[in-house]
Design a protein around this ligand. Structure first.
Ligand code: ZN
Ligand code: CU
Length: 487
């Protein structure tokens, strides 16, 4: 029995992250680890918290982010996530990673989601990792390497074609180096113009680097609309070709004519899961958000502007309003706003719920932290899943909701000893009020912090306190995938 610990959280309701039923217990922390879970009546601590009526869970892991730059800018930049109970973010999604490439001019969309050329200063993943260790982030960072970033470097910016064998081999080498330096996988964004020209064979040639290192293949697929099933099959084929687990990013069925097709996509994924490892992330909203692409506008998909370099004053306005104000077509208005970002109301609630409820689902916000008028998922995703979907609608249990944000995600990304509450695990934790936790951010008021999150700990150190109490701005670290079976 441990006699004295650094911190005890007494009599909280524990959601341990495995999906097991909640239970009442005390939790004792020593250094960066959980020392004991149970009745710690005989144990004393430097700090004791009475958590009667409150819930304790593993800190939420945001499976899908574009926080590559935000994690370098201090706690203010990460308040959007910390205020939701998030303690780890997966960066480098959708083919976009801040390393290993330097930019001399403004990067092409969607790479500019991370900022202009002044932010693209990491010529190797080692330099990015070194920055994280020299100036530790407020929360943990698990990093993927983006195909688009590799392509810009290997193809010298000339990306409107397939890579040559030599260029693909160069990308595979760069990916290998990054994996050896602590990156956890490879992401693609085959939907986006700078990547669309990459054939499946090119992706497989680069992904070969994962086979030896054991990293994950994570993808914003080529298509999430009419050809979504073909895109899933391509994804599964890439995973099988190099024998690595795959993650389908922000799974959805977009455009009205595809509403309801998640029944079909989930059955394809589930059938594949019998013979290969496949999981997906999802965010709890019927709208997506990315850069504004005028070619892809449709009359039946309302669009809201999230930022615009040419017309910053239009951030937050509906594209319809902008085009009326300018007496132009929507297409012309969009062209004038570029470079710009957008929210597209292009999914159906039935699909969102069915996908989120599936046992392979992890929660990922896909929040865009540098947008002027962001999608509310940036500030609301995790409390929305627990409060709105689990508690209020009863779509699944709160235990399942927590599992989709913690234990399941840690398992998929190979983050050993995280995403669970048990003796020996890292003390990444969130204390919240299960009766009041809820998202407050909306499409009209997108940066309102969530309600009900009381405090979070990252590696045993307080990283967020409701009301702005003292927190450690450097509690996080780079965390890396460990292959299954490695202690
Ligand atoms: Zn994406
Ligand atoms: Cu994304």
């Amino acid at each position: 029995m441990v006699q004295r610990v650094d911190l005890i959280i007494r009599n909280g309701t524990v959601f341990d992250g495995t999906g097991a039923p909640r239970f009442a217990a005390d939790i004792g922390i020593v250094g960066d680890r959980i020392a004991a879970v149970g009745d710690l009546g005989a144990t004393t601590a430097d700090r004791e918290i009475m958590a009667d009526g409150l819930a304790v869970a593993p800190g939420f892991i945001d499976a899908h982010t574009h926080d590559d730059r935000a994690v370098l800018c201090g706690p203010e930049c990460m308040m959007c996530k910390m205020s939701q109970g998030v303690t780890t973010v997966v960066v480098g999604n959708c083919g976009i990673s801040l390393s290993p490439v330097r930019m001399r001019s403004r990067p092409v969309p969607p790479l500019d989601l991370l900022g202009d050329e002044s932010w693209w200063t990491f010529g190797s993943f080692a330099e990015y990792a070194e920055r994280l260790s020299r100036d530790p982030p407020p929360i943990n960072v698990c990093a993927l390497i983006g195909h688009m970033s590799l392509r810009i470097e290997a193809m010298n910016g000339d990306t409107q074609r397939a890579a040559t064998d030599r260029e693909a081999a160069h990308m595979a080498r760069r990916l290998s180096e990054a994996l050896a330096q602590g990156a956890s996988g490879f992401s693609t964004g085959l939907y986006y113009p700078p990547n669309m020209m990459a054939p499946t064979d090119e992706v497989i040639a680069v992904a070969e680097a994962l086979r030896r290192a054991g990293g994950l293949y994570v993808t914003h697929m080529r298509n999430e609309a009419h050809d979504v099933v073909t895109a899933i099959e391509e994804t599964l084929q890439i995973g099988r070709s190099v024998n690595v687990p795959v993650v389908i990013s922000h799974h959805k069925c977009t455009m009205p004519e595809n509403f309801g097709r998640s029944a079909e996509t989930l059955s394809v994924i589930e059938a594949a899961a019998a013979t290969q490892r496949v999981d997906f992330d999802v965010y709890p909203y019927v709208a997506g958000s990315t850069v504004l692409i005028p070619d892809r506008l449709r009359d039946d998909v309302p669009v809201r502007v999230t930022w615009s370099v040419a017309h910053p004053e239009m951030a937050g306005r509906m594209l319809d309003d902008v085009s009326r104000a300018w007496s132009t077509t929507k297409r012309e208005a969009a062209e004038r706003l570029l470079p710009a970002g957008a929210i597209m109301f292009q999914m159906h609630e039935t699909d969102v719920r069915r996908i989120m409820s599936h046992k392979l689902a992890m929660i990922g916000s896909d929040g865009l932290p540098h947008d002027t008028f962001p999608h509310p998922r940036l500030w609301g995703t995790f409390p929305r899943v627990i409060g709105h979907y689990a508690r209020d609608l009863g779509l699944f249990s709160m235990e399942d909701a927590v599992h989709k944000m913690t234990g399941h995600t840690a398992d998929v990304f190979g983050l050993h000893d995280r995403g669970v509450i048990r003796a020996g695990a890292y003390a990444d934790m969130v204390l919240f009020d299960p009766a009041t936790v809820r998202d407050a951010a909306t499409f009209d008021d997108p940066t309102r912090p969530a309600d009900g999150i009381v405090e979070t700990w990252v590696n045993g150190r307080t990283s967020f306190v409701r009301g702005g109490g003292a927190a450690d701005p450097h509690a996080g670290r780079l965390v890396s995938r460990q292959a299954a079976g490695v202690a």
